[in-house]
Design a protein around this ligand. Structure first.
Ligand code: PLP
Length: 358
């Protein structure tokens, strides 16, 4: 009998979703190259393909100059970190997207964490940390957070923005899971004013990671400096991808596809919530409403027992990894005391197992 396995190592789009979008992507690339011609084959558009930037600007009610479209969310965040003064202090949630944290450290920036609750950060602690530490930037993931799966309440998000604005801290929201909500509700759009917040978005979780496209909206006053850093780093992004995505959004196919994705992921999310509630009621206190992540903590698995735990899970067909790189450096000691924690991305076939379809 074939051995069943469950892989909790990475959060990636469902294969069925990618298979479904193949015709639209292949036609879309051909149409974009034919429509835009040498415009998308030549150097240029350092801050991204103008028609796409205009569409994104229109969706957020900002001037297109403020929109940078790049090769994925991580790339624009990385470019933003690169554009900061060396050794900037960046506040992050107590556990966050590990690659972003590692990238900030690689640029020589410093990191500090803020505690998270089910509805966002703890606002009092946030204010206290901001006024005491005077960070340059706060990086947060307000919708379906990686790795906890939580969504900030509207009030909490606004309180964070206000504290940042009052203290001259750049509030950088990574909204890459904003449109991936599966519980029948819609996440409220974040209002962007002249000062910010800075938004980093991505089409890689919605359209496809292979097509790699993301964007950032920055304050007008930051555009010239940021453009210089971008142009010196990668000149232009992948323009045929951006041509295709611009047309995909404008034709209404993107919204229709998001609707299909929601229908595809909803039963999987429900299966995950059910399984976590049933089998790990204390290890995972929050129901997931969208995105790709939930987190589990096992208080009995100390750091010394971690390797044996991972090995024994693997022998039972469950691939799981600790999320230490995702933990803010000043929270590591507390996390070690709490026991093994792992981000739990719900991969498509993982959820099939939980659904009993496998
Ligand atoms: C919070 C968050 N931001 C950004 C990304 C990366 O996005 P992209 O593939 O567009 O670089 C991920 C991927 O897992 C993520 O979880």
């Amino acid at each position: 009998m074939e051995k069943k396995s469950v892989n909790f190592l990475r959060g990636v789009p469902a294969r069925e979703a990618l298979e479904k979008i193949i015709p639209a992507v292949s036609k879309g690339y051909e149409a974009a190259v034919l429509r835009y011609g040498t415009e998308v084959l030549q150097y240029g558009h350092f801050t991204g393909f103008k028609p796409l930037r205009e569409i994104i600007a229109g969706l957020h009610g900002v001037d297109a100059d403020r929109v940078v479209a790049g090769n994925g969310g991580l790339e624009v965040i990385s470019l933003f970190f690169k554009s900061l003064p060396k050794q900037s202090l960046i506040l992050v949630e107590e556990a966050s997207y590990d690659r972003v944290l590692l990238d900030a450290l690689r640029y020589g920036h410093r990191l500090a964490g803020v505690p998270l609750m089910s509805g966002g950060v703890d606002p009092d602690r946030f204010k206290e940390i901001v006024t005491r530490m005077k960070p340059a930037v706060f990086y947060g993931i307000p919708f379906h957070q990686n790795p906890f799966g939580i969504t900030y309440s509207r009030d909490n998000r606004r309180a964070v923005e206000e504290i940042c604005r009052e203290n001259n801290v750049v509030c950088l929201w990574d909204v890459c899971y904003q449109s991936l909500r599966y519980d029948g509700k819609t996440n409220e759009a974040i209002e962007v004013s002249d000062w910010g917040p800075v938004l980093a978005g991505s089409f890689t979780k919605t359209i496809s990671p292979g097509t790699k496209c993301g964007y950032m909206i920055v304050p007008k006053a930051y555009v010239t400096h940021f453009t210089q850093v971008i142009a010196n780093t990668r000149i232009n992004p992948n323009l045929p991808t951006q041509g295709f995505i611009a047309d995909f959004i404008q034709s209404g196919q993107y919204d229709a596809y998001l609707h299909d994705l929601t229908r595809l992921y909803r039963p999987r999310m429900e299966a995950l919530n059910h399984a976590l509630r049933t089998h790990f009621p204390e290890a995972s206190p929050h129901d997931v409403t969208g995105g790709f992540f939930a987190a589990l903590t096992f208080p009995d698995i100390s750091r010394e027992r971690e390797t044996a735990f991972i090995k024994s899970a693997l022998e039972k067909g469950v691939s799981i990894a600790p999320a230490w790189d995702a933990v803010a450096p000043d929270f590591r000691a507390d996390y070690e005391k709490m026991g093994f924690s792992s981000g739990l991305p719900f991969r498509p076939w993982t959820l099939k197992v939980l659904n009993g379809e496998f």
